[in-house]
Ligand binder design. Structure first.
Ligand code: HEC
Length: 115
């Protein structure tokens, strides 16, 4: 009996530490002062967009640097993720991302789409 309680506690604290670490990693990603595609933008797109916007999915396809850059530069990607503007349903469809994430993508655009 004692052993199983100990085991349960060990599992619970392991899970808790995992959750904390994941959260910190995401926060770090989201607050870069000079974002690049590989380090900052791609993980956001993978998490929030690629489920629907992969090849064979919805337009625009957002799998590569060129595709994401093109959708930002020539398409309405920024307008769609930023609810302060209006050009259709907000992306992702489940609701806007945190403000700092949106701002970082706008910064990535302003700084000339660093790869
Ligand atoms: C649950 C599925 C889903 C997710 C996740 C999603 N989208 Fe979309 N997206 C759609 C659908 C469906 C449309 C077309 C209908 C519409 O315009 O609302 C669309 C349309 C768009 C358009 C407009 C395309 C055009 O016609 O000009 C852009 C840009 C876009 N999405 C970007 C994104 C970005 C960036 C993300 C991630 C932050 C994202 N989407 C996440 C389903 C999704």
């Amino acid at each position: 009996m004692k052993k199983s309680i100990l085991l349960l506690f060990t599992c619970a604290s392991f899970l808790a530490s995992c959750t904390t670490r994941t959260y910190e990693e995401i926060s770090e990603t989201e607050t870069s002062a000079s974002p690049t595609f590989t380090a900052n933008i791609e993980p956001i797109i993978k998490t929030n967009c690629i489920g629907c916007h992969s090849s064979g999915g919805r337009f625009p396809t957002l799998e590569t640097y060129d595709q994401v850059k093109d959708a930002t530069q020539n398409g309405d990607l920024i307008c769609r993720i930023d609810q302060t503007q209006s050009c259709g349903n907000v992306m992702p469809r489940s609701g806007a991302m945190p403000r700092q994430t949106i701002d970082m993508i706008i910064l990535w655009q302003k700084e000339g789409y660093k790869n």
